[in-house]
Design a protein. Sequence first.
Length: 539
Amino acid sequence: MSTKVDLTEINDRLERNLEEMFQNNRFQDMLNVMASGHQYSFNNVLMIAGQNPEATMVRGFRQWQALGRHVNKGEKSIDILVPSFKKVEVQKVNEQTGEVLRDKNGDPQSEVRQSITGFRIGKVFDVSQTDGKEIPNVRDFIQKDLTSPDSLKELYDRFIHQTNENSQPLTIREEAHEGQTYGGYFSPQKEEIVINTAVSKSTEQKFRVLIHEYAHSQLHHKESDIKDLPRGHKEAQAECAAYIVSQYYGFDTDLSSTGYIATWAQDLNLAKQAIKEVQDVSRATIEHVNSLQNEKIQDFYQSINPEQVKESVETKLKLSLEDKPTLQLLDAKNGLVVFATVEQNERDQHFTLRTNTNRILPLSELDDRYAVLNVLENKGQLVQEYQKVEDVLEVTKLDEGKYAVTVEGGESSQRTFHKKAEGERFIGKAALAQSLNTDRYLSRSQHKEAPRLQQLNEKHLNERLSRVLKQPNLQAEAKYGVTIGWQLVKNPQIQSKDDLQKHLNELNPNHGKTSELKEAFAQLNKGEKTKEKENELER
């Protein structure tokens, strides 16, 4: 189903979307949609990011059915722009001279072409809103492969070799510039990218610099129409392009040119042009990098076997998926915890995981992205040996002076930080998320053993709140601890009781949630004083 709209209405809506992105610091949402790897137009990126910034693959209702998937009941559609066409007869023109082509009698030649007559609002859904046949995700496969230092070095070397061997004027080389702070640079005059190995030492650092400078070489070369724009404008473009490519390949990266990007909001036409150029270059870069890994990508598509994945999961967890267990999962990249129940699709009999946020995950995600913390329930039995986040995550030091948060004794590196304390805070956030997720699960459970796990979870929550707020005597009732816990997860900058007090004072006093938070904070203080009195009596 679709609704026809006119161009004025479309442009007004797109400009409102873009203004809202700038005003609410949601510019990265737009870049993240571009980084999903799909060929959305710039206008549709704006539309999608404004409605569902987590979207990675959108299709219409019937398109999903054709792919063996169906839209889950109650899902809200995403609006996108769909062009309307009609066939029109036009004169043939010589593309080089612009002259009308004529037949042997001197009459103008004509041809029938498709012409856009307007746009409709089309209704589509993201893959997370659907269920059914598993769809191979090559982006996830590439991200996992590039966590291997050898694979990343192979790609980096191949990128340089292929560029230097090509007939293009662009060349790439490494050179140590001691005493300098830049990681590399692009010289438009020489058509040359130089990676400064005195600063960019690890392969990942060099690859990030290469992507940034490669964006400059494609956008701001000496023949470019935008080569003379302000330096800040060009840096912002290169950084946005590098951000999109880095996100696509799973590298943690930030935008440091947000100050200049904010100036784009003052001229939306300039902003749209700048972002379209960024999208074109980042898309071409991703296609180029993927072409360098074509053999691996082909192997990926040939190796997908749902039954093999099922057997692997069952062996690892020592259970049968036929029993439809509920698993607690840790996303160690984002510090989030969810629970998910195993489901079996009636049409193809393949197994998937439905999370408490109603997302559908393929079983392969258990190896690629999520670690299983606990089998919360299986065959009517509630978990007995409850494993904590702190039991599986640890901070380890890397060779290049950074720290990584790793799963299961360093089996896979998930997040990197410049300071050990940052990694420890990340684990603290993930631990709090586990307490809150367990509480959410138990609030839905009618299991007779639920009170036992609730009591254990309340103990863990108080211990975790005490560490984050640096208050060793906290003893909060579960409902108050949960309220405070959610606030800390959403605002990781709060790292003490004083920080929390200041944060609460800055909230809107007329908002219903504010009074609820302040009541929880008061009960937290009350519980702390009660615990202090108990300790005094014990002494």
